[in-house]
Ligand binder design. Structure first.
Ligand code: MG
Length: 272
């Protein structure tokens, strides 16, 4: 009897030991799996530490040039600009920290050429503005001037001044109306903040990727990453012609209304 009892006792113990061995094996496997999942789920697994973004010191206000900006007009002179048609010194008037269009002197363009960039500029329609529609404070910022055309962000007095909407202030001329009319009244300064992604072209000159524009007028989004269909044309459809880095151009429009002014123009080059 004692031996039977012992056998009976031994068998369950062996079984338990075997089960324990088995379960410890599967437990180890489970733990390994859990550990692996834990590694994936740790916050560190999705952290990126390099490359470290370079430090850029902001201006005193968001309208002031940050430390990595190229200042294109600081109120003192128009040395960064030339007459677009001739390359002669820019003939616009600089006085009281302001650059005012001289319509007879023609468009001016930057001496430098740019690909992608962030641009800030300020413009003011004079308080004594006259005219209506497109003949009221017309100018424009060509985000890239390719020699015989470009991509115009319209400048116009659009404060209670009706015109075709894809030609009002904040429009990408005849391609995209602004999302809203963010115009301040004549006599007050307006701001434009623009992100320009230049179009790219294939070796055969055909379009690879279109130009894109994001623009804020007085801090309000008016163009939301719109894809241009080509240069902005007064007459006819937009079209692309291959070009590389290009100057920025300010338009001396021939409308008979009093000339508008610009100030505080700076640009930050962005990677291609
Ligand atoms: Mg214009």
């Amino acid at each position: 009897m004692p031996s039977v009892v012992q056998t009976r006792r031994t068998a369950p113990i062996l079984t338990v030991l075997a089960m324990l061995a088995l379960s410890s094996t599967s437990l180890a496997a489970q733990r390994a799996g859990v550990a692996q999942r834990d590694t994936m789920q740790k916050p560190e697994a999705t952290e990126v530490w390099k490359p470290v973004p370079k430090v850029v010191t902001p201006g005193a206000t968001n309208a002031d040039a940050p430390s990595d900006a190229i200042v294109l007009f600081n109120g003192k002179n128009a040395d960064e600009w030339v007459t677009a048609s001739s390359g002669a010194p820019a003939g616009w008037k600089v006085a009281d920290g302001v650059l005012t269009v001289v319509k007879t002197a023609g468009d001016i363009k930057t001496k430098r050429s740019f690909n992608n960039y962030q641009l800030h500029l300020e413009w003011r329609v004079p308080e004594n503005i006259t005219g209506s529609g497109q003949a009221r404070g017309n100018s424009g910022v060509y985000l890239a001037w390719t020699g015989d055309g470009g991509y115009e962000l319209q400048v116009l007095d659009s404060y209670k001044n009706e015109t075709y909407v894809n030609g009002q202030a904040g429009s990408m001329y005849k391609q995209y109306p602004p999302l809203v009319n963010a115009m301040r009244p004549p006599g007050q300064w307006q701001t434009y903040d623009v992100v320009w992604t230049a179009p790219t072209f294939k070796a055969d000159g055909s379009l690879d990727t279109p130009g894109y524009v994001t623009a804020f007028h007085n801090g309000i989004l008016v163009q939301d990453h719109v894809a241009l269909r080509g240069t902005t044309e007064y007459i006819g459809a937009p079209k692309y012609k291959a070009h590389g880095a290009s100057p920025i151009l300010l338009q001396a429009h021939g409308d008979p209304s009093p000339a508008i002014s610009y100030r505080n123009i700076w640009v930050r080059e962005l990677p291609k």
